[in-house]
Every structure is written in structure tokens, then in C-alpha cells.
Design a binder for this molecule. Sequence first.
Ligand SMILES: Cc1ncc(C[n+]2csc(CCOP(=O)(O)OP(=O)(O)O)c2C)c(N)n1
Length: 567
Amino acid sequence: MSVKKITGAYAFIEALRCEGVKHIFGYPGGAVLDIFDAIMDAPDIQFILSRHEQGAVHAADGYARASGKVGVALVTSGPGATNTVTGIATACMDSIPIVVFSGQVSTNLIGNDAFQEADTVGITRPCTKHNYLVKDCADLPKVIKEAFYIAATGRPGPVLVDIPKDVMKGLITFKYPDKVSLEGYCPNYRGHPGQIKRIIGTILKSRRPVIYAGGGVVISNASEELITLARQLRIPVTTTLMGLGAFPADDPLWLGMLGMHGTYAANMAVTESDCLIAIGARFDDRVTGKVDEFAPRAKIIHIDIDPTSISKNVRVDLPVVGDCKFVLTDMLDGIKEKMRDVHEMTSGTGAWLDQINRWKREHPLRYEQGTTLKPQFVIEKINELSPDDTIISTEVGQNQMWTAQFFKFNQPRHFLTSGGLGTMGYGFPAAIGAQAAFPDRTVIDIAGDGSIQMNIQELATAVQYQLNVKVMILNNGFLGMVRQWQSLFYRGRYSHTSMASSPDFVKLAEAYGAYGIRVDKPSEVEDAIRKALSIKGPVFVDFHVEPEEDVYPMVPAGAPINNMLLV
Ligand SMILES: Cc1ncc(C[n+]2csc(CCOP(=O)(O)OP(=O)(O)O)c2C)c(N)n1
């Protein structure tokens, strides 16, 4: 019996089918022509042509964050691959599962300075969870299987697979492996039972507990368990930027985000807490401020799937290595057994919650509403007028912090932002990726006039595929967040932060074949948002906001987080 052989390029398509891939974001070039040719024969997989490889990777990342599935990008060798680096590093810092495939020059040319050759594996090694150069066509199915497995399991992250042109042309008998066995890689999902018992005991004894949840709760789909734990024990909850939506913002136990631009109540609660329960969070410097004075009175519990993040930045008293969902489930079971103690504690946090409510009342998030258009007001209106299942992405800077503060996220996977790397230009392509995953939902990128220009070419992508992405530009005429630091810490010397010569975003949208709306006054905001939401296809709304508005509260870099500048 003759067994049919297929080329590496067709094996690539088969492997993606086996992984259930429905979308690829990418950009073609010489070294990947064979795969692009094979894509013509795969109508079941939608290929979305970005206008820059960075855009393709952010789109794959936005797709992954919104859907929980692995995002896929495909680019050519050399400049195609090097253009992906910012996208890969963005995903790596935020633990997002994506697989990036890059074309490579033929194996016999590697090392020869061949046309469009770059050492892609070398360049991406520090910013991927793992990467591969496939040297033999026969390895392709196994490598792709491993790539998806590594990207999605344990602490997720980006994996890059570099495929030389001759490997795409080689012939193999396709067989996709059923499972992966990788020596030395076996993530620990279940927490240690003894340790879980100890943390339950510590929590129940505490009187001023605070939950500090991070992106890990979103990634492991543990939001429900988190909510149950907090409500059962009446523990107030704060999250990091990455954790927003893991706990509903309309719950009375919600403190708001903590850290540099966190709420007064969240930062004070962490500082005064006697038991800080960190769940899927990594004690980033934007959260801790001065590390020695972070949660100084608290026993610190840390639940995380990545053992290397335990006591990395802050010394932890009680670590549990495991997946947030598994550990929280085991904790809830353990707590059920100790129901009597729970009742004791329920009465025990009353005084603490009273104190927290006083902090909330004394120093809520606020801004002065004058005659000029305030960015915070625009965000409140977007929040009010957009459907409940709207996915919000942001760029980086003030737009990102005001969104974190003023948009009320009630569900996980509804907020896409570059937290770790802080990548300007992330939000728009990420919104495109999310829209591809959920064509029926509204996706809004809240942008700055600086950031939007970093990947503005993706408007052509949104127009081509008629993706329903709305970009709300908070146009302050500045690189606002940098200007804010110059204003506060560099004596108001605005060195090169004016965006004086930005394009007319309405005309620019029209030039791309999209719709544009300009807003100057508070009275125009509602109509503009309603109109943008009602139009099918991409829309830019250019809100001309107060140029020198600052984000408050603000903890100066390196200061303790209870040391806040307030409005
Ligand atoms: C790629 C990249 N370059 C530089 C920075 C540094 N940076 C952080 S915020 C910011 C200003 C952003 O300006 P804009 O997009 O207009 O947003 P605003 O702060 O005004 O809301 C800059 C330059 C960055 N985060 N990313």
C-alpha cells in the first residue's frame, strides 16, 4: 500500500488543523511562499493580512487574551521576523500563549548572510518561552505539537518556530503526535495540600486580609473561584492592571486597582493589611513601589504557577506553587470543612471593611469637570454606552491608566492591555485580533494620539476585513504620560513630548475607507459614541481633550504606595 506524502508546507496546515486553529495573522515574503501557497487550499482557516508584522503578532495576542485560545502569527524571514520582536516580547511579559511561525532561508544557506537571513532563534530567545529552528521536515509535526503545548500550559507564553524554506518543500508522511513528553517540563497544577491548609489557617486568623489578584487569575479562568473566596470570607479585593475584570468592579468588596496609579483605598488597604493574599500576580515594581515598605504589616501568601516568581521581588511567607484555579478550588473545599471558623472570621472583617469604606468615601477617584473635555469623562461615557460584553483594549500611557481607573470591568477577558512591556501601538492590532475571535461583539481601543500612530497602518486591515473596531482617541496633543512626568519631576520642561503635527484623524480614517468623527465639547460626546457604535466597520473618534490633564492618584517611582499624590 502506498502512503501519500505531503510537503512540509501542507504538513504545517494539517498540524494547525489538528490544533483547531481557525485564524492566522500574518504577512508574506519569499521565505514563506510555500506555506502561503498551501494556505490557498485551506479555506477553513482564515488568514488575516496585517500591514506590519508587529500588528500581526499583537493581533494574535489580542485574539489569545480575549478567547483563551492560542493565537497564531506567520511571517517571513529576516525583516519579517525582526518586526515581530516587540509583539513577542509584549506577549512574553504578560504570559500570553501565542505561536509565531517565521520563514527562514534554506538550511544550506543558514550562516551565509543570505538574502533576508536573520538569526531569528537567537534574536527571540530572551523574549520567548521557547523557540525552535526546524532542520528536518520530518520533525515539523512534533515541533508544532510541542510549540502549542508549551505556549498554552504552565505559565503561558510565546513560542517561535523558525521554518527554513527547504523544510517547507520537503516530503513527509504526516502523522500528528497524540501527546507531548518533554523531559524537565512538567508544570505543577495542584498546590501542596499541607501548604494550602496552612494558608487557610493564616487567612482565617487574619483581621485585615486583602486579596491582590493578577493576570494569572484571568489566564487560569479562576475568576469565579476568586469571587466565591472573597464573598465567602468577606475579603476586599484589589487587582493589578492585568487582573482587571477578574473581580467585578460593581462588587462592594472591590477596592480598585493598586500600585502607581491605584486607588487610595487599594494602596492603603495593602499597606495596613495583616494578610496579603497574592494570587497569580508577580509583585511588579509598578505595583509594589518601594519594595521594603510594601505590605509591611502583612503575612504574605503567594499562589502562582511559576515557581521562579515566588520571592523574586518580595519575600513571601507562605508560597503555593500551582494553577490559580486548582489552588483556589482546593482552598474553597478546605474552607468548607472549617465553616465554623469562617463564621468567626466573617464577623472579624467587619471593622476592616468599615475602615476601607471610609477610605473609599474620603478619596474616591475624581476629576474636575470644567468646560473643557476631560478624558476621564469620555471613558465614563464609553463605559455607560457600550454593551456589557464589549472588549476594551488600550494603548499605553494616560489613556491606559484612565481606562483602568474609570472603566468598570465586571468580567475577565474583556480588557486587553500591554502591562509588562508597556507597548505603545498594542491596543489597535490587539482589538483587531479580538474582533476576529468575536465578530459579533463590540471592540473598542481607547488610544492616545501618540500611541495610535505606532500601528495606525492596521486601519487598512480593519477596513479590508470590515472588522467592527472602534478607536477612541484621547487626543491631548502630547505624549501625555511622559509629559506628566516632565511636569511633576522635570520642572515642567516638556522636552520633545508635543505631538503638535499629528494628522487630522478624521481625514485619515476617511483616506483608509473608514469613518471618522471629531469631538471637541462635552455635549458632543454621547452622540459621537452612539454613532460610532451604530456604524458597521471601523471608526475613529478623535476626542480633543484637555491637553494637560494628569492621572491621579500617583505614587512617584520608588516611593511606598501609601505615599500618593492626590488630585
Ligand atoms: C513603543 C513605546 N515607546 C515609548 C514608550 C514610552 N511611553 C510611555 S507612555 C508614552 C506616551 C504615550 O502618549 P499617547 O499615546 O499620546 O498617550 P497619553 O499618555 O497621552 O494618553 C510614551 C512615549 C512606550 N511605552 N512604548
